[in-house]
Design a protein around this ligand. Sequence first.
Ligand code: ADP
Ligand code: MG
Length: 714
Amino acid sequence: MSAAPAQENETVVPPRSRPEVLFPIFAPVTALKGVGPRIGKNIERLVGEQVVNLLWHMPSGLIDRRYSPALSDLEPGRVATLELTVNKHHPPPAANRRIPYRIDCSDETGEITLIYFHGRKDYLSKALPEGEVRLVSGTAELYDGRLQITHPDMVGGLDERESIMRVQPVYPLTEGLSQNVLGKAIAGALERAPDLPEWLDPAFLKERGWDSWHEALLAAHSPTEKTDLYGGTQARTRLAYDEVLASQLAISLVRSHVRRQPGCPTVGNGQLRSKVLTALPFMLTGSQEKAMEDIADDMSSEHRMLRLLQGDVGSGKTVVALMAMLTAVEAGRQAVLMAPTEILAQQHFATIAPLAEAAGVECVQLTGRDKGKSRTALLERLASGEVPLAVGTHALFQDDIAFRDLALAVVDEQHRFGVHQRMLLADKGNAVDVLLMTATPIPRTLMLAAYGDLDESQLRDKPAGRKKVVTTTASVDRLEDAIAGVRRQVESGGKVFWVCPLVEESETIDVAAATARYAALQQRFGERVGLVHGKMTGKEKDAVMARFAGSDKPSLDILVATTVIEVGVDVPDATVMVIEHAERFGLAQLHQLRGRIGRGSREATCLLLFGRETGKTARERLKVLRETDDGFEIAEQDLRLRGAGDVLGTRQSGLPEFRLVDLDAHAELLAIARDDARLIIERDPELKSARGNALRTLLYLFERDAAVRYARTG
Ligand code: ADP
Ligand code: MG
């Protein structure tokens, strides 16, 4: 039994399912008391769909409601919780809504009035019935020498003293959620949080002096001092460590799964590569040559390759990828390149296919749009090995797709795919080598967080003849100047990208903003303006892009776009890029966008328009783009300016999303967690000891489920 190849064994074992102990916190947020569909939607928008996401939402402030003086001692301006007898309600006359609803209250030592603008009588008479005693928490003010509280924060019966008269955590909010509603939801989530078996090494736990996960969680949500609100507290550090450990363990499991599979060396004779190199109209840069060598070395070794090729937009990654693919073909094997979108897949195909053809090698394209007979025919040719190269989208790793002998998978903009998807592709062949490509440079500091120890090649020198894009920043008040500039460019034959603001996470709002700008520009420039956004189908987008690129008529001079143009997409004549509300983008993303222009022979400009409300720091941040054109430098600056937590928190960063890790406070944890994870896998690769079982729970807790299936099974 033990002699059976690991690969077969592992792929048939179904993923173990989520431990039952986690069920209460993996319920939808609407399972919580007081959370209906409407509030549920808002909570979802803020933190996520499941109760567990509320647990990760950490307080950013606190309100101390423990101050509870008699009215005669009350300091105005300080938050207090008062025990008051409700004396009399004074609803405003129905005719005048501007007069507030007033409620007179008192204790033995004095009087106070509660003020509600637009107060609802039914609600107020229930919450504060005349003649009864209530707890009222809020900030009192002196008005004409009399005490009053306008809109108390909390009102409740004496039996609610414990939940009112305490230090209340204050949470970051989103529209449609109040502190009270969110606070109650989080309290409800905490009540559901189970005790979990300890997954940390007992000696380590002791050395650190950390509490259990459950205790740490409760402590993190019950700050009593300002100093409890930072990432560096014992409680938050423990939680952050758990998250990093889950991530490192997941990476290590996948990695060791890959390593256990026997390698299959791919050695080419260089013939196809040299044919293509002679056909290229340019010389490779030094870093392209170096990257090619590294890749060829990896491919020819016994180990499976897992290498990241990092290079700024336009640094020439595609050629390097093609060389790797041709190495596979020279060895009589197959290679694929996978891109995250159809537009990108098409663009790669358009570059690669003719070059491959120059060496007499056929390359096909496969996307979600290929259907029916032609798709079937294509699949047959891949399965038989007749076609050695394919470029496509995730359609490439659907179940019915097989290769005769897949040696290499190149994955572009890899962060858009999950680890799991990448593994699916790698499973399509015999020990497939994987080359990941990204144009979002990842600062050294964060590499470890994202990938553990991954091999890496960087393309740092720019191809010869590349023009620096002139970048300027201006307030949106200068919109008219921008439009005048656009007109000059268009009249002299240039093309213009106009990128519209990113609003929240909502694509619908993005689209509305872009559509409005499109309409406004159309009024000025007529039919020469086009629009692409994320809600369009692939076909629709491609049609517009083709007209903008000039390959289809009638051609477009101005393209209004949401960030769908972020990666890839070559339009060599594009000379201008206007980005509205640039302050809402990450620097790395702006740099990516800017990389879309300045690819031809003409001088190119990028205009970053910032909104009126943009603060000084945010404007400073944009200055970095004016000053440098080096994506690596920009990534480092972005990290420095925004803090790692922020960079890590965004999807665009290309990094796993951490909820609890704040790299400013927790950087030291990364290396510890990596070593911890390695040791765990060395000692208990099947995660079947007591600690191993607890670690499985940890993986599920942080939704690294996909990795659990790579825990080796006996
Ligand atoms: P990336 O994928 O890294 O953004 P590409 O591979 O698409 O960049 O290359 C951008 C452009 O630069 C392409 O038109 C490509 O042909 C060209 N190019 C690549 N390498 C070189 C080089 N060494 N010298 C000149 N041009 C190059
Ligand atoms: Mg590219």
